[in-house]
Design a protein around this ligand. Sequence first.
Ligand SMILES: [Zn+2]
Length: 322
Amino acid sequence: MSSLTARAAHWQHSHGCMLTFHRAAPAAEWASLPNRNFYLNLDYLDRLLSSLKQDGWEVATVEDITGRLQRGEDGSRLVNFSVDDCYKDTFELVLPLFRRHGVPVTLFVTTGIPDGTMPLGWAGLETILARRGRVTFEGEIVRLDTDTAKQQWFAKISQTWDKGDFDGKYLKFCEANGADPEKLREEHAITWEMLEKLAGDPFVEIGAHTISHPRVSELPPVRAMQELVGSRDRLRSQLSIECRHFAFPYGRSADCSERDFDLARDAGFASAATTRKGLLQPGQNLFSLPRNTLNGAHQSLGYASFLLSGLAGLAAKVLGRV
Ligand SMILES: [Zn+2]
């Protein structure tokens, strides 16, 4: 048996698949968004949920999927959807869709978003570019005549800011363009009132995703622990819920490692999820759960099948992109 065949046979005994995404937008708006790959087209998500049901997949919470994994029960047709960070569209668009399909969704909340301590600069930048025909960037006038120009400038500006002091540069950009960063933040941030409603929804499972969305692997242990425990404490005090599950921000190999998996365990979580591709396996470490990211570039049901079959995990390993 080739190693590929052996792996494929192994996957048939997998214990399910975890999928994750950040934001969603209606199809009519999605195409023109300057940062559209960060969003799932809602029509696509709708079709995906329908086709999973037709194919006999059961959408499960993290609590359910990890519980069955631990008990050694068959989870080969289980799939979990999680939304990371949580913005206003989680409340306005994503939840209504999952509710309509009658299936649960897991929300990994970054508590700095409802607390208003994160400027959400990339979201604000996107809104400014979407609404303007021209902006000032580094003293130059930038023309934004087409959706493509807006998308190219979003990529260019955000990549420049990513090199350091993103928030500071964003605030200067707002000033240069007469934009109000606080108003922009409020347009995107989920609120505690919304989360309170979601916490009481039978289709919602809430997990923690740090306070300020850092790369946990880059923090000293005490700071890392504060981010893990602090976000859970904040969710407990605001929503009167006990979050048992955690997801690492960014979640790839460089963003969270063995030390961080141990920290999540020591923090008292029941599981922690990464964004390393692959399927849940027997004997799976519950503190480094693989999750497969869906984004706007993925619009075909075939790509979802690719993830669900575990083949994407193999491709990522072969290409070294884990
Ligand atoms: Zn995140």
